[in-house]
Every structure is written in structure tokens, then in C-alpha cells.
Design a protein around this ligand. Sequence first.
Ligand SMILES: *[C@@H]1O[C@H](CO)[C@@H](O)[C@H](O)[C@H]1NC(C)=O
Length: 525
Amino acid sequence: MAPVNMTTSVSSVILLVAFLSTPHTSAYSDYSTKCSQDSPCMGVQSWSKDDISGNGVVSYTTSQENEDRLTKRVTSFEESDNGGWQKIKLDPSVTYQKIQGFGGALTDAAAITINTLNPEMQTKLLENYYSAEGIEYTVGRVPIASCDFSTGVYSYDETENDFELNDFSIAVDSTEITGNKLNLIKTVLEMTVNKISLFASPWAPPAWMTQTNSTVGNPSLRDEPEVYQSWALYFSKFFEAYRNEGVDFWAVTVQNEPAGNTGAWQDLKMSPEQQRDFVKNYLGPQLESTDPDLKIMMHDDQRVHLPTWTSTILDDKDANKYIDGIGLHWYSEVEDYVTWATKPFDKMNDVNGKYPDKFMMGTEACNGFIPIIDQGPKLGDWNRGERYGFDIMSDLNAWAVGWTDWNIALDLSGGPNWAKNVVDAPILIDTEAGDVFYKNPMFYYLGHFSKFIKPGSVRIGVESTGNLISAPMEAAGFLTPDGEMVVVVMNRDIAGHKYNIELPGKGFINVDVPKHSIQTFIFEQ
Ligand SMILES: *[C@@H]1O[C@H](CO)[C@@H](O)[C@H](O)[C@H]1NC(C)=O
């Protein structure tokens, strides 16, 4: 991941000022949930068809004001509204994108920190993400070889100029170097109650494929056809090796953050033109022959670059035909705070308008990524949970088919990360204790989407209105493959609100919601 990656210094300054004036740097309270052997803190209560039959409504609430954390209640539709100033009106006759899912990345750092827990608590932690009592992730991201959240730099073939990749091996993924990452992936796939869509992303090729014989400092590939061909073959070898271990992938991103990072950790820099030509001439044809069902995502980088990258790559029909989707990172998260200036989500709406057959997917996000100002974990910070909620909801309302968090777990210092690029995560592990981990508000905010908006759900029309005194509630609505409606509503305000949700023909859900809260409602159409 990259720190603030802005195109001009002017906009950087504006955004930095806006960022500093937000509550990031102020004191905060710790709203984390501690999980230990004595208090394993599992258990989101499940709902049943009975709860929602007829006029029944199931609600789940997470609130800063009280103990509610994905807390279930059963209410019902009413004939008239509660007179609240904020109104949400659903229109299932209007439909948008189909959902792929929500999840996080299975990194070396996650595997290494999870391994420090005793076996029972390891299972508890993973159940929090993947079981029916957890937040039921449906997406997983896997780095292809090392990234900054590894203990160092390694690749799957260190033999110089081995263009045929005869020495390619994923053996390292079953060693302590990676925290036995392959084993973590297999455990997750065995445990999950849902089908998980896995996607893979490379940070860097073997150093010998680069012009500088190094994976740091934003290198480029050696400008030789054998090297391009070999780098494309490396992808096929990866998927073949994982397939032989029983792990199948849904998709791949061409390159993690091709626009570059600070230079302190692995990357392979590509201009949009270089990515276009690599896909068109090498990676597209290569994967079409070995992995024809695999989806290919371009970009996998900040929203701010969307216009140039999509027009360069997708306006070329020979590159376009290999591209299924567009991966997006949130590390202009700063821009989420000045949406009036940067309109990050409008960029997504524009892309959907121009290329409606390409899906958009949030492929990476985390808090605590800005050096000095805002780096590393803030245990239990509510604000960071709300930022997840805002970004996920805004992405969904701008055509994203899903959202992927970065490391599923880290230690209390936000690592391990060999380049000291430490960040926050929804679950932080006390690696000394052996049986203690903490769930941050981010975990619950993510859960309000991931647990209920099942893959195959379709976003529906939602009109949210307020008045001069009361801004509209932030809301998104979906129709699940089982025919239920799911509506997520967020209140980021410092005050509680009385509002209502109308499903014409059925009635009103009347709600009195506390400040700083998020709710998910489930009911029949
Ligand atoms: C690339 O780096 C490796 C490791 O430092 C070294 O063994 C090798 O000789 C280098 N290759 C070239 C072409 O400089």
C-alpha cells in the first residue's frame, strides 16, 4: 500500500490540511473488544426466516454509545412513519451491480501473528471472520510471493535468467518465513460457511527480472520480450501450484499499485501504457491458455488515477478484451474527507458509465498508513471504523461489487512489516499473551456489510432525504439471491436521529438511532 499518492502538490496540501483538521490526531477512547480464553467474544446471533415472515424485520446495530456490537433485534413494519426528518425510500424496481463479496487479505503478517495464538484461539479468531457466528467473509486476497507485510523479500524463483521458470516453487509458503501462509489459506477454505472468492496480486517479480536487479525503489521490468513472457508465465505457474494444493482462485490483479509506492518496499512500476501492452501481448494470452476462467483486474491502485488508467487500457480493444474488472485502493482515503473537492466516487460512476461491462472492486484498504501524522494501530478507535463504513458504503453506491480489507490480523504494533510500514487492522493480536486478541470497531463496521450482503445480491434504488436541519442518512439497499432485502444505514453524526425506511406497498420501519452507529435491516420484499 502507498501513503498519500496525489497527482499535484497543490491538491496534496489542500488534502493534508483537510486531513489534519479531521479528528485523526485528537485523543480518542478505546472501543475495542478483548477476546481471550475466558471471554472468546464470539457470537453474532443468527436470524431466521421466521423472524422476517410477514411484516417482521431483523435489525443488527453497532453503536458507540452502548454495548451494541452487531446486536440483533426483531421489530416489524408499521403502517405510518414516525415523523422523522430523515426518510429512506426503497425502490426495488431500480437495480444496479451484482455483489461479489467482502473480505480481507491473507498475508504473511496475518499468518505469522495468528500463529502466536494457541490453537484454540487461532480457531476462534478465524471463526470471527469465516463462520456463521462471525462476519462471514466471502473474499480473500493473497499476495503472490512477498510484500512489505512479509519478513523480507523473496520470490518463487531466484535463479537468475531462468526464463522457463524451471526452478519455480511455492515451497516457501509452507515454511516459517511466510507463517505457513498456504496452511492459513487452506484452514480458511475448510472453515468458511460461504464460498470464498480468492484473488491474487503480485507486488514484485524476482529481482532478476527488473532493470535494477532489485524489487525496491519502484523498479521496472527489463525491457526484453523474454522477460515479459517469463513474468506472464510466473502467474500461470503460481495458479498451477496453488491448484495442485487444492486452492482455486477467482481473479488476479495485474499488479499491486503499479503507479508506485514510497520506494521502501516491493513494487513493479508500470505506466498505464506498459500495463496495457503487458496485458495485451503477454499476460492476457498467457492466462487465457492456462486459466481461462480467471478474472483479470487492471489498476489495483488509487481511485485518483482511474480516469487515465481506464482510458489508456480500456480504450484499446486488444487489451480491453482481457480485462474483466478494475481494482481500487482507498489510500487517497484522505479524499473521502473532502469529497466536495476530489469527488472520488464520481470517478467510479464515470468509469461505470463509460465501461459498464467492467466491474469495480475495492481490493485494498487500511487505516494508520500515513507516516508520522497517523501511522500504525489505534486500538479501539471508533473513527477508523466509521471511515471504513463510509468508504464501503460510498464505493457500493458508486458501483463497486465488493470491498477488501488489508491484513486480516496484525500485532499490536501494526506489523510485522520488514519495511516498517506498519498500519492498523480490524483484529490486533497480543503476540506475547498467546490467547488474547482485540476486535476494533473496523471489524464491526465491515461486518454490517460482509455478513448480510451475500454474493449475488443486487443493489437496488435507495432515495435518502433530509431537510435543512437534518442531513440525509447514509444508506445502501440490496436484494439477496434468496429474495430478502438488506438495507445498511449509517449515522456518523454526533447526535442521534429519528428516521424511517419506506418500502412502498409494505410500510415503514421506524427507527431511533444513536449517534455514531451503523445498522443493517433484513426483511421480506
Ligand atoms: C543481482 O543480485 C544478486 C543478489 O544480490 C546477485 O547475486 C547477482 O549477481 C545480481 N545480478 C546482476 C546481473 O547484477
